[in-house]
Ligand binder design. Structure first.
Ligand SMILES: [Zn+2]
Length: 245
């Protein structure tokens, strides 16, 4: 979590306090997303080009992935962005990706600071902390799109398959990961084809559904078509992202 988020969590700093107050206002308003009075108070977004519809946000992500795959990524200078981003953020997409070092959402979608709100955990599953993070992105930062991004050859999913098959308990805190990914493994155990690939895909789909159904904030935003939640698989060999949900 970045320093500003930590500040926000701790309620420090004027921007952080405004963000927390905005969430508190949401609660007071019965969690209705962006009522007129609420919207009127919002300050101008630091990146006007990030104010997009969910569909346009997805197109921008996928165009960025195309540039990345083709080796024609843009240059993203911190110097040009630091002033507007020092006082706020309005990312046009949220990405839930695996912690795998080969998956780098900012690189693979060719985006800059302030463009994507990224949550990462091995196995890219949405626990309460991840759901809360995206609630913040949607309700406070007005992010219109969330993508759950799995990848082929995922070690976390593979370890879960082995643990389920062998009936073994992994050491340390790893059982928590296994418990979170297990529903996807169980769901594909009788499916034909490659079990790892099937489980990776199912894990993405299940977590897309989980985020869509996460009431009251995300579910309301999906129902009101303010946001879309989609799923993708990152291909390690090519760098391309395939939409699967
Ligand atoms: Zn992984």
């Amino acid at each position: 979590m970045c320093e500003r988020c930590l500040d926000a969590a701790a309620g420090r700093g004027p921007v952080a306090r405004r963000s927390i107050l905005k969430l508190a206002a949401l609660a007071a308003a019965g969690l209705a997303l962006a009522p007129p009075a609420f919207a009127a108070k919002a300050k101008a977004p630091p990146k006007p080009e990030n104010v997009l519809s969910p569909d346009a946000a997805l197109r921008r992500l996928m165009r960025g992935n195309n540039r990345y795959v083709e080796g024609v990524s843009k240059r993203h200078d911190f110097k040009h962005e630091r002033e507007p981003l020092s006082t706020g953020q309005n990312p046009f997409a949220g990405v839930l990706s695996c912690a795998d070092s080969r998956i780098a959402p900012e690189y693979c979608f060719d985006v800059a600071r302030g463009d994507v709100f990224v949550c990462r955990v091995a196995g890219n599953f949405a626990n309460d902390d991840i759901v809360a993070s995206f609630e913040y992105a949607v309700a406070v930062l007005n992010t219109p799109l969330i993508m759950v991004l799995g990848h082929d050859g995922c070690g976390a999913v593979d370890a879960t398959i082995k643990s389920v098959k062998d009936g073994t308990t992994l050491p340390g805190h790893l059982p928590a990961l296994v418990a979170a990914i297990k529903p996807a493994v169980e769901a594909v155990k009788d499916q034909s084809g490659d079990m790892l690939a099937n489980a990776i895909r199912r894990n993405v789909a299940l977590n897309v559904e989980k985020l869509k159904a996460a009431g009251p904030i995300l579910k309301a935003a999906v129902d009101d078509r303010k946001i879309r939640v989609v799923g993708g698989i990152y291909k390690l060999a090519s760098g391309s992202v395939e939409l699967v949900a």
